[in-house]
Each structure stands twice: as C-alpha cells, then as structure tokens.
Ligand binder design. Structure first.
Ligand SMILES: CC(C)(COP(=O)(O)OP(=O)(O)OC[C@H]1O[C@@H](n2cnc3c(N)ncnc32)[C@H](O)[C@@H]1OP(=O)(O)O)[C@@H](O)C(=O)NCCC(=O)NCCS
Length: 150
C-alpha cells in the first residue's frame, strides 16, 4: 500500500496537530502556542500527513539564519498508523524540504530510551554528535544526532 501523501500544514490544522502531539508524547510536548507560532513563522515548516481534523503524522522543522543546519524539532506518527513506513517517509520529506531551503545538515535530539525513534534515525543514516545529560523533563539524557544532507 502506498504511504499517505505528505503536505505542508495549514493554520486550520492547529487543533489536529495539538491532538496528535498529546497522543504521541507523554512529556516534553510542543505546546499549542508553539504550534500556532510555528504555523505563521517563515523560519518554520510543519509537514503533516492526513486529513484536517485527523492527522496521521506531523513533523516540525526550524531554520536558523546563523546556521546551515536545520533542526527537526519534533516528528510523530499516530499510534494506529505506526510500523507502516510513514515515519520514514516523513523523515525523508523533512530532509528534502531542508535541502531545498539550502540546509547542509539536519539535527535533532532524541531520548536515549526511545528505541523506535533511535532505530528509525539509525536506519536513515543519522550519526551521534553528543549526549546531553538530563535533557528531558523526566531526567532522561538525549542524544543529539545529525545527518549531512549534501
Ligand atoms: C518514532 C516513530 C515516528 C516511528 O514512526 P513509524 O511510522 O512507526 O516508523 P516506520 O514504520 O517508518 O519505521 C521505519 C523504521 O524505524 C524503525 N522502527 C520504527 N518503529 C520501531 C519499533 N517499534 N521498534 C524497532 N524499530 C522501529 C525500524 O528500523 C523501521 O524500519 P523497518 O520497518 O524496515 O524495520 C513513531 O514510533 C512515533 O511517532 N513515536 C512517538 C513519538 C516519538 O517518539 N517521536 C520521535 C521523537 S525524537
């Protein structure tokens, strides 16, 4: 079965973005206010999959003026849509979008305990840059990962 289409989020996706975030993360959530700001921020791009009101997946990219590395701030797939390649397809779409905007690398942080996300990033070619102690609300460490895009 082909993966569902991936598109740029619109302001009217806000409720569904917040709902997806709440279903996918127990802590360290991106707030409604941050999503609302990102939807109107020219330095951010939100990519989503699914219909308005019932998103299957979402990712947030932030571009910095002083860095050629783009930050993948969050990526999430609805529990009922996992394990079918959507996370990998969304990550690939993020990389293509970042490359089009001139980024030479994609960076992200991931909880050292997040086995599924770590497996996804490893498979997609991300390497470890550093470990950050007690980065998350629950006291877990993060790994900062990076993939060159050139
Ligand atoms: C991480 C996440 C985005 C993966 O999405 P997904 O659509 O299920 O991933 P895919 O089906 O595209 O899987 C791609 C690869 O990731 C790895 N992977 C995904 N889920 C996995 C799991 N539960 N166990 C082990 N490896 C897993 C595998 O290598 C897989 O490739 P394979 O199917 O060929 O083995 C999803 O589990 C999620 O939203 N988790 C909650 C939010 C989160 O933790 N986001 C990451 C924040 S850094």
């Amino acid at each position: 079965m082909p993966a569902p289409a991936i598109r740029v989020a619109r302001p009217d996706d806000l409720d569904a973005l917040v709902d997806l975030e709440n279903r996918c993360f127990r802590g360290d959530r991106m707030s409604r206010r941050s999503y609302a700001a990102a939807l109107h921020n020219p330095r951010a791009i939100l990519l989503v999959s699914g219909a308005r009101g019932s998103l299957l997946a979402a990712a947030a990219l932030f571009f910095r003026s002083n860095s050629s590395a783009t930050r993948l701030y969050t990526i999430a797939v609805a529990p009922e849509a996992r394990g079918r390649g959507l996370g990998a397809a969304l990550l690939d779409a993020c990389e293509k979008t970042a490359r089009k905007r001139g980024a030479t690398a994609l960076r992200l942080e991931v909880n050292v305990r997040n086995k599924s996300a770590l497996a996804l990033y490893r498979k997609s070619g991300y390497g470890i840059r550093e470990r950050i102690n007690r980065y998350y609300e629950d006291g877990s460490d993060a790994l900062r990962l990076e993939k060159p895009l050139s």
